[in-house]
Design a binder for this molecule. Structure first.
Ligand code: PLP
Length: 354
């Protein structure tokens, strides 16, 4: 197996970010869930989050939760369970987010079969229009069902924002969630353990001191793993340099910047554009679009210009660079959220834990 391209995962930095977020949240009465999906729930990353003081790990995919089942943590399934995966859900997730009667029925039957109690957080849609009932009557009806069914326990009410509709967490929408939770508690004479207001997108509201009392869980992924939150803005006192990518140069040549008689489409069916910078020193790195969308990576050397790529090749202009790059030299890249996601998912990219 080739060593490069490789994604470098700085585990200590993830632990530091987590420690910082855990104490900032604790000051506001919030105990965060640690979301592992960006790192495909790699156990080392799960453990780095636990080392930062979190006890509940969350992921969208049941096969990711399965990978971390040996860690000393509670597990939360973020994506609504599919009916076709109910037995794994009950097996590998202690808690799941839910919005459908049929799914609650299936979870109940399976939990009885596995002699378990499966915990359920109901999702309510505060306007972002992804998962959850939009009307309070729907969520109340689901709560009635969840309370009545054997084998499952209604433990919370949650909402997801800033994912599809670009709706920001606000005091108003968070208060609406709290009010509905209180209504469920009084109607069914239960106490909800979790009022799960938002993802990392809720942090600016929390830092501004305007997250209402009563919200007691945020589901944090990007903020722990990359130090970013709403709109990908950096979070104060966290670090963003938790992941980077290293690729190897396999060719260096001087070439014109404009192809000779370009008439065809590129490998992806686009009509390519070229800027004529004259004769330039160029490098090819052994990494390509099959690994990562090249718009999601940026060279750490500010003098490198990314000029294009195909499935397996990345073409760089290194004409104005200080270092004397040679064939075999390594080039480091910063990664966006999407870039990390793709690199962690690609089986062609070596994962190096530091
Ligand atoms: C991905 C996800 C999160 C975490 O979002 P971040 O922006 O990474 O903090 C929280 N809740 C749900 C339902 C998610 O799907």
């Amino acid at each position: 197996m080739s060593t490069y391209p490789c994604i470098n995962i700085h585990l200590d930095t993830i632990t530091q970010n987590t420690q910082h977020m855990v104490s900032a949240c604790r000051a506001q009465g919030i105990s965060p869930a640690g979301v592992t999906k960006l790192a495909c729930a790699t156990p080392d990353v799960g453990q780095a989050i636990l080392n930062g003081g979190i006890q509940l790990l969350a992921d969208s995919r049941i096969r990711n939760l399965r990978k971390i089942r040996h860690l000393d943590a509670q597990t939360l399934l973020l994506r609504l369970p599919a009916l076709s995966e109910i037995s794994e859900v009950v097996k590998y997730a202690d808690i799941s987010l839910n919005s459908e009667m049929a799914t609650l029925d299936a979870l109940s039957a399976e939990a009885l079969k596995q002699h378990k109690t499966h915990q359920v957080i109901l999702m309510h849609d505060l306007g972002d229009l992804r998962e959850g009932g939009f009307y309070e009557e729907e969520t109340l009806a689901l709560a009635r069902k969840a309370v009545a069914l054997p084998g499952i326990e209604l433990v919370g009410l949650g909402s997801n924002l800033a994912c599809y509709g670009g709706v920001e967490p606000t005091s108003d929408n968070q208060n609406q969630l709290i009010a509905l939770a209180r209504q469920i508690e009084s109607t069914f004479n239960i106490t909800l353990k979790y009022i799960s207001g938002a993802s990392s997108a809720g942090l600016p509201l929390m830092f501004s001191g305007k997250l209402p009392q009563g919200i007691n869980q945020l589901r944090l992924g990007a903020s722990l793993l990359m130090g970013i939150g709403l709109n990908d803005d950096p979070i104060p006192e966290t670090r963003q340099d938790t992941f980077d990518l290293t690729a190897e140069i396999v060719e260096i040549k001087i070439k014109p910047s404009v192809p000779v008689n370009s008439t065809a489409l590129d490998a992806f069916g686009n009509k390519p554009d070229f800027i004529d910078r004259g004769l330039r020193r160029r490098a090819i790195c052994a990494v390509g679009k099959q690994d990562v969308d090249i718009s999601q990576i940026s060279p750490k050397d500010p003098n490198i210009i990314v000029i294009g790529g195909s499935s397996d090749h990345l073409i760089l202009d290194i004409n104005d660079c200080e270092p004397d790059y040679q064939v075999g030299s390594l080039i480091d890249f910063d990664l966006s959220y999407g870039g990390v996601l793709q690199c962690m998912t690609s089986e062609y990219i070596t994962k190096r834990f530091i």
